[in-house]
Design a binder for this molecule. Sequence first.
Ligand SMILES: C[S@@+](CC[C@H](N)C(=O)[O-])C[C@H]1O[C@@H](n2cnc3c(N)ncnc32)[C@H](O)[C@@H]1O
Length: 188
Amino acid sequence: MLLNIIPFVHLSLQEVIQAGDVVIDATAGNGHDTAFLARQVGTNGRVFAFDLQHEALANTHQLLCRQQLDTQVSLIHASHAEVAQYVSAGVRAAIFNCGYLPGADKKFTTTAASTLAALQSVLAIMLAGGRIGVVLYPGHEAGRIETKAVLDWAAQLSQQQVAVLRYGFINRVHQAPFALILEKLLWS
Ligand SMILES: C[S@@+](CC[C@H](N)C(=O)[O-])C[C@H]1O[C@@H](n2cnc3c(N)ncnc32)[C@H](O)[C@@H]1O
């Protein structure tokens, strides 16, 4: 059976992450992606997980503690647009699971401006061979604008520097979410 969007993104990142790596979760939310990354990097690695909402970071902390993954994670209450203030180099992988937290305040949705600023910053501090997984949700208004902005930006990246893959189901109703995988190429 074909992999759904999030499992595909996880698998794509798992292929490049090694124990001890530095990785980023740009949108911690309820912590599922943070926990996945924490398992991959192990206790010698580090996950920097960002969210604007206290509630999201609290949920993430709880999940990490339950799974004994909290020691390798730094939870950061800030916009991912400020990532360069917290991480300076050597990033192997990052995940941007965009949009808003289901059931929470929709005003805390990711935006074209913050997502693009963060993607550019993360790409700049990423190791060659590293990957970024971006999950986009064009089914709501802010998501539609963000999706177009991210697609326009990604499409103009130099193919010598970054490989960009789009993964999604084209016969699903209601503007289904899809993923981009960006791989920073070895010679860039
Ligand atoms: C779809 S949820 C993330 C799901 C999450 N990765 C998980 O595994 O449960 C999107 C999250 O992005 C957060 N968010 C929105 N704008 C943000 C920003 N500029 N910086 C960091 N987090 C942001 C929201 O607060 C929300 O928790």
